[in-house]
Design a protein around this ligand. Structure first.
Ligand SMILES: Cc1cc2nc3c(=O)[nH]c(=O)nc-3n(C[C@H](O)[C@H](O)[C@H](O)COP(=O)(O)OP(=O)(O)OC[C@H]3O[C@@H](n4cnc5c(N)ncnc54)[C@H](O)[C@@H]3O)c2cc1C
Length: 509
């Protein structure tokens, strides 16, 4: 058995682990990153080939408010572009079909639209009461954590369309169904991602931008800067604390003696590593209770981006069929015309036993209904990744928190276990579940270790990120201005009553 020594071992070469390692290395601390797979990047996975160009099979999209991603992209010289949203988006909900421009789905009738706006604004307002670094401390945490998003939405929505659209949004955000996720978790995610509109939209939203060449380049770039410190094909199997430090053992029978460990693997996978002494009971229970979402991400290629000629940008919001969410993935220069689609939550579980060919056919068939054209039955290429089969993620995009978990176990998320500190997007306070959150979490965990090494003050562990001036956050007019159904009818009633009084006074005199 080989033995090496270093100051800190980082487990996991995803965005979070590599971000942690860079903070440590920049502070002059000797660090080794142990990555189980033969590549860095984890839940960001870009493949490159001549037929498809670069294809992001995992995390890809980002937008304003994700300042750390902009910072990292700039540092690594990565360039990005806006996802096409020029033409119309298709909304297929509750058996009805419509297409629209802009970011607000036209829900059948004005009442449904006001209702949707009210539910979304109510969620936004409630979310502001949830502290992003400790959602369990919200005044109403217990109440909000005792119910699922489904229960809450059914209690305040007036229309079926609104309930269904929020269901679609929950699937898009968590790759889980509305009954699986606690309301408190949803509110936390909304606050941590600057509002439900931002989380669910393209223009000015979290799906606005993609990187030329793919998002995995962020990890590859960081790994290049870290040099020999990154060890691939090194799955960590044991973490053993001794009187003087920690011994981390990997699948190659190599022991790494170190002072501290940063674990940057998805928390839900921690059970695969044997900790001695065992990680504390409450944390062990936490990691049994935060399931990863279920998603199959697919890209379907065509000769041309003919959907634009039909007046569609390629975006779809749908509650029926395999296509849950879809956007144009054609490169800005027009090459590799394609649509990217997520098969989400229950749909992905239902379709997991099909072959890729069967899934491709089901998606193309669904496109013919969504875009009203048989041309979608003639794809020239197909690539997919079923993240439920990914051994080192256990599902994607992120863990979700079912009712009762955040209030009872949330405090364990970032709590160190002996000499091991915890990173990974699930431990982020800002943009939890996103690439941005992964960077924040990694850098924070690294500074926890720097503090324990006596290299920084405790007050320096948490650092906010300056706004990226080039890409400021803007709120849409509709977000700020539309009234709720109640406000609308109250105002209407008030106007009608005032008019009636005015008429009476006029007639009297
Ligand atoms: C299909 C999909 C779509 C997504 N879409 C978006 C999006 O559009 N925008 C966005 O911001 N985010 C998106 N995400 C989420 C985003 O990709 C993640 O939040 C982010 O990549 C998580 O980074 P991480 O470093 O925290 O974890 P990971 O990327 O999971 O990194 C953990 C690493 O640990 C390694 N590992 C696991 N076990 C061990 C072990 N025992 N020993 C050593 N190494 C181990 C893994 O191989 C992995 O490399 C998406 C994810 C998926 C899968």
């Amino acid at each position: 058995m080989a033995s090496l020594s270093t100051k800190v071992v980082v487990i996991g070469g995803g965005i979070s682990g590599l971000s942690a390692a860079r903070v440590l290395q920049d502070a002059g601390v000797d660090v080794v990153v142990l990555e189980a797979q033969d590549r860095v990047g984890g839940r960001t996975h870009t493949i490159q080939d001549a037929s498809h160009g670069s294809v992001d099979l995992g995390g890809a999209y980002f937008g304003s408010g994700q300042n750390r991603v902009f910072r990292l992209a700039k540092e690594l010289g990565l360039e990005f572009y806006n996802v096409n949203e020029k033409e119309k988006t298709v909304l297929s909900l509750q058996g009805s079909w419509s297409s629209y421009s802009g970011s607000v789905p036209p829900l059948g009738n004005p009442i449904a639209l006001l209702d949707l706006n009210n539910v979304m604004r109510t969620l936004d307002k409630m979310a502001l009461q949830v502290p992003i670094d400790s959602p369990w401390k919200a005044k109403q945490a217990l109440q909000w954590d005792s119910m699922s998003v489904k229960e809450f939405v059914h209690s305040i929505a007036w229309t079926r369309e609104t309930v269904e659209l929020i269901q679609v949004y929950v699937r898009d955000i968590f790759a889980a169904e509305m009954h699986e996720v606690s309301l408190l978790c949803f509110l936390w995610t909304i606050h941590s991602g600057h509002g439900i509109t931002r989380l669910t939209t393209i223009t000015d939203g979290a799906q606005e931008k993609k990187m030329f060449g793919g998002s995995q380049q962020m990890s590859e770039g960081m790994a290049r800067l870290l040099g020999d410190a990154v060890h691939l094909n090194s799955a960590v199997v044991n973490v053993t604390e001794t009187d003087t430090g920690v011994v981390v053992s990997d699948s190659n029978n190599t022991n790494y003696e170190c002072d501290f460990v940063v674990s940057a693997v998805p928390l839900a996978l921690l059970n695969r590593i044997s900790f001695k002494p065992p990680i504390p009971g409450l944390k062990l229970q936490l990691i049994q209770r935060i399931p990863m979402g279920s998603v199959i991400k697919a890209n379907i290629y065509y000769e041309t981006a003919f959907w634009k000629d039909l007046g569609f940008c390629g975006s779809v919001i749908s509650d029926n069929g395999p296509v849950g969410y879809c956007v144009d993935d054609t490169k800005p220069d027009g090459s590799h015309p394609s649509l990217m689609t997520f098969i989400l939550a229950d749909k992905s579980r239902d379709m997991a036993s099909l072959t890729p060919e069967q899934r491709k056919q089901a998606l193309c068939q669904h496109f013919t209904t969504l875009f009203k054209s048989e041309k979608f039955l003639e794809p020239i290429g197909y690539i997919e990744k079923n993240w439920m089969n990914d051994e080192f993620s256990g599902g994607c995009y992120v863990s979700n928190f079912p009712p009762g978990v955040l209030t009872k176990y949330g405090r364990e998320l970032r709590k160190p276990a002996g000499r091991t500190h915890f990173a990974g997007t699930e431990t982020a306070s800002e943009w939890m579940g996103y690439m941005e959150g992964a960077i924040q979490a990694g850098e924070r965990a690294a500074r926890e270790v720097l503090y324990r090494l006596g290299l920084i003050e405790e007050t320096e562990i948490w650092r906010s990120e300056p706004d990226c001036d080039d890409y400021p956050m803007v709120n849409s007019w509709i977000e700020n201005s539309l009234p709720s159904v109640t406000t609308f009818f109250t105002t209407l009633g008030f106007v009608a009553a005032s008019a009636a009084v005015g008429l009476l006074v006029y007639q009297h005199f």
